[in-house]
Design a protein around this ligand. Structure first.
Ligand SMILES: C[S@@+](CC[C@H](N)C(=O)[O-])C[C@H]1O[C@@H](n2cnc3c(N)ncnc32)[C@H](O)[C@@H]1O
Length: 201
């Protein structure tokens, strides 16, 4: 079963930053890797599900014309809303995957440390939703912890294995290290390297 929103509310009741996302070099560096891995300097409309307290959201906001963030946990939504107050083009809503995605389409979806909370059916529904909402030329960036997390429905590597099996998507970026895997996907018919994106030969 997917982990419930009550599970995450419980974590936030005990600690405003349950994963120490704000507290150390590991997460700060990972955010820098995420930002560096985005193939484009700017995106028109981005979706970040599972935004937690908004640490990545505030880093993504300057790279987007519009940013929509979701989290099921009320405390996370409140914190992210406060942090995004200086970015009127960015907003946070209380929402959970898979459900639908927010209304409209996106040229960037950032799934950072969130898909392993979903069970197999919900993950399949999420990948379907991403494929449906990606604008032409759009990107999905997925990044997940690779070490053991027995309480999650699937390991991080399993999330990325599933993504690799989606025939409608093709990988354009892969960053692998002992702790996490980061990949960027585009529609298979539209996938281009960063050099191709920028006109380099
Ligand atoms: C580890 S934090 C990731 C934070 C942020 N994406 C990052 O990488 O810095 C995971 C967040 O996902 C949220 N979450 C859990 N299940 C979710 C779901 N089904 N849909 C969207 N978000 C979910 C949790 O409430 C939590 O805030």
């Amino acid at each position: 079963m997917s982990l419930s929103s009550e599970y995450f509310d419980g974590l936030y009741a005990a600690d405003a930053d349950p994963w120490g996302i704000e507290r150390g070099w590991y997460e700060e560096r990972k955010r820098a890797v995420v930002l560096a891995a985005l193939p484009r300097p700017r995106y028109e409309r981005a979706f970040e599900p599972g935004c937690a307290g908004g640490a990545l959201s505030v880093a993504l906001a300057p790279r987007c014309d519009e940013l929509v963030c979701w989290d099921p946990a009320a405390r996370a939504v409140e914190t992210t809303g406060e942090r995004l107050a200086d970015h009127p083009h960015a907003r946070v809503e209380q929402g959970a995957l898979p459900g639908s995605t927010p209304d409209g389409t996106f040229d960037l979806v950032v799934a950072s440390e969130v898909v392993y909370y979903l069970d197999a059916d919900d993950r399949a529904a999420f990948w379907d939703a991403v494929e449906a909402c990606l604008r032409p030329g759009g990107h999905l960036l997925a990044v997940h912890w690779l070490r053991e997390a027995p309480e999650y429905p699937v390991e991080g590597a399993g999330v990325h294995d599933e993504l690799a099996a989606r025939t409608a998507l093709a990988r354009t970026v892969r960053h692998d290290e002992a702790d996490f895997r980061l990949e960027v996907y585009a529609r298979a018919s539209e996938a281009r390297s960063v050099a191709e994106e920028t006109g380099l030969r």
